[in-house]
Design a protein around this ligand. Sequence first.
Ligand code: HEC
Length: 176
Amino acid sequence: MAACGGGSSPEDAAPAETQTVLDTAPTDPAPSTTVPPPAPPRPKPLSGLPAFTAGYDGWRKLNRKPIPPRQSADAHSGTKNVYASKKLRPSGSFPNGTILVKEAVRPGRDFIGLIAIMRKERGLDRDHNDWRFVEYTRDSAGARFAETASGSVCWTCHMGAQQTDYVWIYTLGLSR
Ligand code: HEC
C-alpha cells in the first residue's frame, strides 16, 4: 500500500462515493512556481529563562491593557502583560500543564526586566492548586535573566486570589 500523499492519483479512477482517502492528506497537483517560504524560526526563550517559556509573547494575552505599576506592595514593579499557554476552563481554573508568564518593563526602563512564572504541574503542590512560582530578573536589555525568588514568598500573596485559581488579574478584574 502506498502511503498517503503519494504521487499518482488513484482517486481519478475511483467514483467519488467510494473514496476512503483521508481529508487530511491533500495532494496538490498544480505545478507551483512560487518557492515555499522558509520554515519560521523556532522561538527561543529569552536568555536565562527556561525553554518552556519560548515564544510566550505569542500566547494568549490575558490582561485587557498593560497593567501599570501599583502604588504600594507591587511585587512585580513595572508595566506588565500576562500571557497563558492554555485556556482558562469554564470551571474557572487553568488545566494541568498551564504556564503563565508575566513580563514587566521596570519603571523608567525600556526593556523587559522581570519575568514571573506560574506553572501548573499535577501533584506538585496540592495545597496551592499545583502551581509552581518562580521569578527572574535582569538589569540590562542584553543580560541573562537570573532567578531571584520562588515558592512561598509568592503564594503567600497569591493566596489572596485563591477564589480565581491564585491568578490575581481575575480577582482584580484586569483580564479581558
Ligand atoms: C505582594 C503580593 C504578591 C507577591 C509577593 C507576588 N505576587 Fe505575583 N501578582 C501579584 C498581583 C497583585 C498580580 C496582578 C498583576 C499585577 O498587578 O502585577 C500578580 C500577578 C502575577 C502573575 C500573573 C498572573 C496573575 O496572578 O495575575 C504571575 C505569573 C505572578 N504574579 C507570579 C509571581 C511569582 C513567581 C511571585 C514570587 C516570586 C509572585 N508572583 C509574588 C501580587 C503578588
